[in-house]
Structures are given as structure tokens and as C-alpha cells.
Design a protein around this ligand. Structure first.
Ligand SMILES: Nc1ncnc2c1ncn2[C@@H]1O[C@H](COP(=O)(O)OP(=O)(O)OP(=O)(O)O)[C@@H](O)[C@H]1O
Ligand SMILES: [Mg+2]
Length: 264
């Protein structure tokens, strides 16, 4: 099976900032992967590379291949990957109504437009997804008039309408209250158990579902650790990653970071 993404020696700029210098990283679809790192580490940039929102510098010997292909029609690619990010939430059209937010996933667009066609089956799938996510009562509400958590759920629904084999999540629980966060984690875990592979980038350690088996630590655009979750997720490695003393607690397969004891 081709890797979800296979990055070889890629250099990537955002504006004048060089985020990655000759980065190599391969993420398989067979396991669920979390990419952890502090602010500015390059996590969202990595996902933008995966979704073809940005490209690497065309150096000899460098390549970025996604699902085995280096060239993609971006709309087709984005339909393969269910994408959920705060950038999408911020950029989404405010007067799109709930139902249309879900349907827009079929065209990877940020509202629905007259030229787009939706079948009866598409609409009924969207209805089902809204029911599963507990937002069916908001189907006619404008996106701008929803709470952050409600918007997140609609965007998750938008990602799910294509039945993607891979979900690509950028800090998915930020802005969710505890109940919404737990409901979201439950749903995500069900999808993972049914075979949807997940790539999660975050600095929120508590949002890593127990099913994640591989963890990649990213700092200043470089992979500083990569391996089995149990090996990588230690107080020591995370303290070094975030540059602060962290006491790591594990419970029910989840992790939580607490402030470490102060050195005096
Ligand atoms: N549009 C841009 N123009 C210039 N530099 C940018 C741009 N977007 C991001 N950067 C820089 O690229 C680097 C990586 O940013 P990125 O958004 O990938 O970080 P991140 O790991 O997702 O951080 P966060 O945890 O804050 O979301 C940062 O130094 C950031 O300042
Ligand atoms: Mg980010």
C-alpha cells in the first residue's frame, strides 16, 4: 500500500520563512499517527503540504508523494482526505447554512454553489451525518451564528461526507467544551476502529486517542523523535520538546501533561 505521504529531502517556505530544510518523513496509512510539537514547529505546514495547499522547493532529489502519486488534482486529493483545521474554520463562508457546510465537502468548497449538483442520496447522507454529530437541529443555521464547537462538528461532518479513508486533523478539539471534546473523541475512535486512518497534528496532548500508535515529534521544522507512542511519549522527551518541565500522566490510554516540579 503506498504511504499517505512520503517526503524526501523537501525544503518548504511560508512567505520568507524557511519552515523545513531537507525534511524527510514517511507516514503510512496502516497506523494512526500523531504529530506533536510546540507553536511554530511546522505542524500545520506539514498538513498543508499533504493537502497540496503549499509545495516544496523544486530541488533535485527532493519529492513529496501522496498516496503514491506526485501529481494530483487537488480537488480529487482533498476528497480522499477528510480535512479539519482551524484555518478552514476561519476561512469558511459565514452565511453557509449547516446542511450546506456538510454538502460542501463533496466539492472541497467552502459553501455550495449553483453549478454544484447533489443527489438525493448525498442529501440523505448529510442528514445522517448531522444526526450522528448531534447537530441536525442546526441544519438551517448560518455557520457564523454557530458556536465554535458547533462549527467544528459541522466541519467534521463536511470531512466525513466523502467517506474518507484518511482523516487529517489539525488541533481538532480546540474550542470544544469537555462534553463536545469527549463526544468528538468517541466518534473519532469509532471511525478509527472501522478502518479510517488518522493523522493528527497538535500540541494538545489530551486529544491523542488511545488508538494512535505512532508519534512524531516536530521542533523548528525538524523531526526530533519518531516511533512507538509508548517510547516517544515520556515526560523527558516532551519536556525537551516544549522546553519546559512536564510531568506526563497516563490514564485509560490517554495522556495529560502537567507542570513538572520546579527546580530550585
Ligand atoms: N503565511 C506565512 N508567512 C510567513 N511565515 C509563516 C506563514 N505561516 C506560517 N509561518 C511560519 O512558519 C512556521 C511554521 O508555522 P506552522 O503554522 O506550520 O506552525 P505550527 O506547528 O502549526 O504552530 P501552531 O502550534 O502555533 O499552530 C512558523 O515559524 C510561522 O511563523
Ligand atoms: Mg498549527
Amino acid at each position: 500500500m503506498p504511504a499517505l505521504i512520503d517526503i524526501r529531502d523537501a525544503t518548504v517556505y511560508r512567505g520568507h520563512t524557511r519552515v523545513f530544510h531537507r525534511l524527510s518523513l514517511r507516514i503510512e496509512r496502516e497506523c494512526h499517527t500523531a504529530i506533536l510539537g510546540p507553536n511554530g514547529a511546522g505542524k500545520s505546514t506539514l498538513l498543508k503540504l499533504l493537502c497540496r495547499e503549499i509545495y516544496q522547493v523544486q530541488d533535485a532529489g527532493s519529492s513529496v508523494s501522496i498516496l503514491g502519486e506526485e501529481t494530483w488534482n487537488v480537488w480529487e486529493l482533498r476528497a480522499h482526505l477528510g480535512i479539519l483545521s482551524s484555518d478552514l474554520q476561519q476561512g469558511y463562508i459565514g452565511n453557509a447554512v449547516g446542511m450546506n457546510v456538510i454538502l460542501s465537502g463533496l466539492y472541497s468548497s467552502i459553501d455550495v454553489w449553483d453549478y454544484q449538483e447533489f443527489t438525493k442520496a448525498d442529501r440523505s447522507r448529510a442528514e445522517n451525518i448531522m444526526r450522528r454529530l448531534g447537530v441536525h437541529h442546526l441544519r438551517t443555521r448560518c455557520f457564523a451564528e454557530m458556536s465554535t464547537g458547533e462549527q467544528r462538528r459541522f466541519l467534521l461532518g463536511r470531512a466525513l461526507i466523502n467517506n474518507p479513508r484518511t482523516l487529517v486533523l489539525d488541533e481538532p478539539t480546540s474550542g470544544l467544551d469537555l462534553k463536545a471534546c469527549f463526544q468528538y473523541l468517541d466518534l473519532l475512535r469509532r471511525l478509527m476502529r472501522r478502518g479510517t486512518s488518522v493523522v493528527l497534528v497538535t500540541h494538545h496532548i489530551h486529544e491523542i486517542p488511545p488508538e494512535v500508535t505512532r508519534v512524531v515529534l516536530l521542533k523548528k521544522g525538524r523531526v526530533v523523535a519518531d516511533g512507538k507512542k509508548e517510547d516517544v511519549m515520556t515526560g523527558e522527551t516532551l519536556s525537551a520538546l516544549f522546553g519546559t518541565r512536564i510531568h506526563l500522566v497516563r490514564s485509560n490510554g490517554y495522556y495529560q501533561a502537567l507542570p513538572g516540579r520546579k527546580q530550585v
